[in-house]
Structures are given as C-alpha cells and as structure tokens.
Ligand binder design. Sequence first.
Ligand code: ZN
Length: 290
Amino acid sequence: MVAIDRSGHPEFKKGGNAMPFVAGLRKSASTMPQALCFGFQAGRILLKVEAGRLSIPTVGDAAAVDRAPPWTHYFGEWDGRPCCAVCLPEELALSDGFTWKGLRELFGQVDEDLVWVAGRAGQLVHWHRNHRFCGRCGSPTQDHSEERAKICPGCGLINHPRVSPAIIVAVVKDRQLLLAHSTRFPAKFYSVLAGFVEPGETLEDCVQREVFEEVGVRVRNIRYFGSQPWPFPDSLMVAFTAEYAGGEIRVDPVEIADAGWFLAGGLPAIPPRISIARKLIDWFVTADGG
Ligand SMILES: [Zn+2]
C-alpha cells in the first residue's frame, strides 16, 4: 500500500557514490595542461579513443584538436584533477584518436559521476555560446574576474550561468501512479509529469498548475523528494511526490499524447535509470511493496 504521508523519502543521490567533485573558480595556469578537458561543440563532447575505450582528454591532449580554443573555463576539481569547460569551434576537423559523442551517449561508457561533471561543463559551454554578446546593449561580453558570470563592458550587465528550474512529480491515487506519454518524448515511453517553473511561482504552485494543465487532476500533500541537474541543456529538476485529490484525467493534447493510472505490477515502458523521473517511479514501486 502506498502511503505518501508516512513513508519517508530516502536521500536521493545522482550516482552510486558521493560525487568527488568540488566547484572552483580560479586555478593557476601551470596546472592546466593536465586538467580534464570537457570540450563541447554544439552539444557534442570531445572524447579520446584508445584501444576502443573512451575517456575525457586532458587540455594537453586536446591541443592536438584545437591549439587555442575560443573559450576555456576552469570550473572545479574532480577527484583532485582540475576540470575545464572548453568551447570548441563547430567546423573543427578531428585528429586520429578523438571522437565526438552526445552527452547522453556517455552513460555506461565512462564513470557515471564523471558524466555529471561533463554535464556541468556542457551547461557552462551552452551558456557561454549564448551570452557572448550583451542582451541589453549588444556589446561583446567578458568573463567576470570574481565570479562565474559574464559582464558587459559597455553597460555593466552581469549574466550568471542560466539554470532553468522545472518540477517533476509522482502523483499517486490508491495504489496507482499517474504516468503520461509526452508529445515531446522521442521514444514511446511513459513518465511522471514535469514542467518548467514560471516567474512568481513557488515550486508547489508549479506542481499544482502543471498537473492540472496537463491532465486536469488536482493534487494534495506535495512533498519534496530530491533534485537533479539536467544538462539538456540547462535544467534543474526538482522532484516531488503528491496524492491525488480530485478530477478525471483530461489530457492537454499539445503536451500529452496519453496519460493514465498504472499499478506497480503493470507499468509501461519507463525512462532510463539515470533520471530522477525513474527514481520517482522506482520509489513508487518500492513503496507499493514491489
Ligand atoms: Zn551591455
């Protein structure tokens, strides 16, 4: 029996282990050739290939691909190694021993914790590419010397890396979980509902609004579950559980192709293990005794 008000939520973790990443802003240039190079080109990451194995190159390795990349930004240390987010030009020709991969393709190929570090770098490069000019006066921006931000020398506007918060929620009715197939999903799987937070909303307001807009259902007893950076390209997923409070399912056809209530023993195809959507669904199955 699922009882949201009594069952505690286990602490949510992105990977299996505590992530050995420490964020930082400045590092002496002398250590940079040994730094890990998270080099992105329009959403694809540069990887080193050795005997069929993929790895993150060092800044020194990556010099074989681009000697002077347009933007290199130190952002912290992973397992004691400095990490740089690097923006690479789109027209770059690859040297032997290197390949491009989509960020999602890294799962299962390199250490999962390292994939999330690559996700940080991908978000930073995405931000850099989209904030090279001031949105207010059009001047070329510069990296801020004291914080992770772009500053406009023309008008002083400061832009921090963009993070777009979104809620994701497991709605439970009796022993059933609300799942929907979104019109945006590339594959034919069902997931819990999600949506971007609007200016002026609390996260709880957003949960109520998104669930009602997408499927016409009211919820209550909204409880925090956990959060997960989602670098596709720059979201922060904030996860909740909630109880059904009323209404019949009536889908918004623009957003949702199909939605329904599912028993733990009869789930449709669901998202991969890496996502907090899947962690919510797994929580439901476990709470149900499955
Ligand atoms: Zn400006």
